[in-house]
Design a binder for this molecule. Structure first.
Ligand SMILES: Nc1ncnc2c1ncn2[C@@H]1O[C@H](COP(=O)(O)OP(=O)(O)OP(=O)(O)O)[C@@H](O)[C@H]1O
Ligand SMILES: [Mg+2]
Length: 475
C-alpha cells in the first residue's frame, strides 16, 4: 500500500468500499445496456420480419404511374426504409415519410452494403447515407428480386443513451452516498481501535524505568469476537504482565535499598570503633616500634576513608528511598562562599575564582546536602586537576531557575566516561583511586541531591574546560 496517497486504515477501507462499489456499478451498467440493446434489436428484427418486405415489394410497381399502384406505405412506420435489388442493382429505394413514400438516391457504398445483406430475413445493421444507422432484413421476392426492409436504429440508440445517462446519475449518487456513509461507518467501527492506540501511547509515555508505576485501567474493548476486542485483550494482558514485572522490580529495588541502608548503618559502629581504637593506640605514651606506628596510622587513615564511604552509601540509600529533605530557605551565595573558602584552604595551588550576582540567591531545600554537593564538585576540581588550574564557581538566575556552575581549566573528563560520570563508583583511574582515596560516589551524590531538589545536573567537558552545571527551581 506504500506510495498510495491514502495511508490510514480508515482511508483504505473507505477507498476500498467505494472502489468495489464503482466496479459493481460498472458491471451492472455494462450488462444492462448490452441486455437492453439485445432486447431492443430483437424487437426491431421481429418488426422487420412482420412487415415481410411489404413496402420494398410495393416499390416494384412504382413505375406504373398509377395512383393505386403507389408504393404501399400503409401500416408502415415513418422512416421505414425499403429497397428492391435486381441482379445486383438497386432500381428503386425509398423511405416512408409522413405516411408517403419518398424515393432515395443511394450512393455506391449504400448499394454495396445492401447487396451484402444475406437474404435469410435476419436483421443486420448498415449505414445509409442521409438516414444514418438502420437495421435491415432482406428476403427474396416472388420474381427473384431481393426485398430489403429497414427500420432506423436511432430510437434504440436514444433509449440506450437515456439509460446510460440515468445509470451514470444513479451510480454517481450511490458512490457519493457510500463514500460519505462508509467513511462515517468505518470511523465509528474503528473508534475502539483509537482507544487502544491512545492507551498504548499513554503507557509508552509513562516513566517505567524506576519508581512505583501505576498502570492505567484495563481497556473495556475485550469482545473476543471482534478484531479490536482481540487487540484490546492482548493489550490488557500485556499491561498486566508489565505491571507484574514492574511491581517485582519495585519490590526488589526496595529490598536492595533497604539492604544498602541497613548494611551501611550497621557498618558505621564497628568502623567508628576501629577508628577510635587506632587513635587511642596512637596516643599511647611510650616508645612504639616504627612498623607498628605505621600500621596504626594506616588503620586510622583507612577507617576514616571507610567512614566516609559508609556515610556516602547511607546518604545515597536514603535519597533513593525518597526520604524527605529539609525544606528551608538556603542562601546559595553563602554556601558557595564558604565552600570556596574551604577549597582554597585545601588546595592553595589552584586559582579559585567567583562569579556571583550582586544579590544573594536562595533556593528551597536542605542546606546540609547542598553544601555537600557543592563541596564534592569543588573537591573534584581540586583532586582531578593539576596545581595551577583555574576553578570558577558561578551562580546566575534564569526566569524560574537558579544555575550553579563549577568550571575548571583542567585536563577534562575522558570522553567515554562523560555519559556515566554521575553513576555510582564511576571514576577514570581505578588504580590511582586506591591512593587518592577516591571512590566514585561524589558525583552520584551530587546528582541524587540535585534530583531530590527537583533540579538537574549536567556536565560538559573537553581538555582545558570542564563545566558542571546544576539547575534548581527557583524558590
Ligand atoms: N573536574 C574534573 N576534572 C576531571 N575529571 C573529573 C572531574 N570531576 C570528576 N572527574 C572524574 O569523574 C570521576 C567521578 O567523580 P566522583 O566525584 O564521582 O568520584 P571521585 O572523585 O573519583 O570519588 P569521590 O568523590 O567519591 O571521592 C572521577 O574519578 C574523575 O575521573
Ligand atoms: Mg569526587
Amino acid at each position: 500500500m506504500r506510495g498510495l496517497p491514502v495511508r490510514s486504515l480508515r482511508g483504505q477501507l473507505t477507498a476500498g468500499l467505494v472502489t468495489l462499489l464503482a466496479l459493481a456499478c460498472l458491471a451492472v451498467g455494462v450488462t444492462t445496456v448490452f441486455a437492453l440493446r439485445g432486447f431492443l434489436l430483437g424487437r426491431l428484427d421481429d418488426q422487420l420480419s412482420a412487415s415481410g418486405g411489404r413496402f420494398a415489394a410495393s416499390l416494384e410497381h412504382d413505375n406504373d404511374h398509377d395512383a393505386d399502384n403507389r408504393p404501399d406505405t400503409r401500416g408502415q412506420a415513418d422512416a421505414t426504409f425499403g429497397a428492391r435489388l435486381l441482379d445486383g442493382t438497386v432500381p428503386r429505394a425509398g423511405v416512408v415519410d409522413d405516411a408517403t413514400d419518398r424515393p432515395l438516391d443511394l450512393t455506391g457504398s449504400d448499394r454495396r452494403a445492401l447487396a451484402g445483406v444475406p437474404t435469410d430475413g435476419s436483421g443486420h445493421t448498415i449505414h445509409i447515407t442521409g438516414l444514418g444507422e438502420y437495421r435491415v432484413a432482406a428476403v427474396t421476392g416472388d420474381d427473384g428480386d431481393i426485398l430489403v426492409t429497414g427500420l432506423p436504429l436511432h430510437p434504440v440508440e436514444e433509449t440506450l443513451h437515456h439509460l446510460e445517462g440515468l445509470e451514470a446519475v444513479l451510480f454517481g449518487a450511490a458512490l457519493v452516498v457510500t463514500g460519505v456513509a462508509g467513511a462515517v461507518w468505518v470511523r465509528i467501527s474503528l473508534h475502539p481501535l483509537q482507544r487502544v492506540t491512545a492507551r498504548a501511547a499513554e503507557v509508552a509515555g509513562m516513566p517505567l524505568a524506576s519508581g512505583e508505576v501505576a498502570m492505567p485501567e484495563p481497556l473495556p474493548d475485550t469482545d473476543p469476537r471482534t478484531e479490536v476486542g482481540q487487540v484490546g485483550t492482548a493489550l490488557n494482558h500485556m499491561l498486566a504482565r508489565v505491571e507484574d514485572a514492574l511491581s517485582h522490580r519495585q519490590a526488589s529495588e526496595e529490598r536492595l535499598r533497604h539492604f544498602a541502608a541497613d548494611a551501611s548503618h550497621e557498618l558505621r559502629t564497628p568502623v567508628a570503633n576501629i577508628r577510635g581504637h587506632a587513635e587511642l593506640a596512637l596516643r599511647q605514651p611510650g616508645p612504639v616500634p616504627g612498623a607498628v606506628r605505621h600500621a596504626l596510622e594506616r588503620i586510622d587513615a583507612e577507617s576514616r576513608r571507610m567512614t566516609r564511604l559508609v556515610d556516602d552509601l547511607l546518604l545515597l540509600a536514603r535519597l533513593d528511598a525518597g526520604r524527605p529533605l529539609e525544606h528551608e530557605q538556603v542562601d546559595l551565595t553563602r554556601l558557595i562562599l564558604d565552600a570556596t573558602q574551604d577549597a582554597r584552604a585545601a588546595g592553595p595551588a589552584h586559582h579559585w575564582l567567583l562569579d556571583l550576582p550582586e544579590q544573594p540567591v536562595a533556593v528551597t531545600g536542605d542546606s546540609h546536602r547542598l553544601q555537600q554537593a557543592i563541596g564534592n564538585l569543588l573537591a573534584n576540581a581540586r583532586v582531578h586537576t593539576p596545581p595551577g588550574t583555574e576553578v570558577t564557581v558561578g551562580l546566575s538566575t534564569g526566569q524560574d531557575q537558579v544555575i550553579l556552575t563549577v568550571s575548571d581549566s583542567g585536563p577534562g573528563i575522558p570522553e567515554e566516561l562523560q555519559d556515566e560520570v554521575f553513576g555510582r563508583f564511576v571514576r577514570a583511574d581505578h588504580a590511582r583511586s586506591r591512593t587518592t582515596g577516591s571512590t566514585g560516589l561524589g558525583l552520584a551524590i551530587v546528582h541524587a541531591v540535585v534530583t531530590a531538589h527537583g533540579g538537574t545536573a549536567e556536565v560538559t567537558s573537553r581538555p582545558g574546560r570542564t563545566t558542571f552545571r546544576l539547575t534548581f527551581p527557583r524558590s
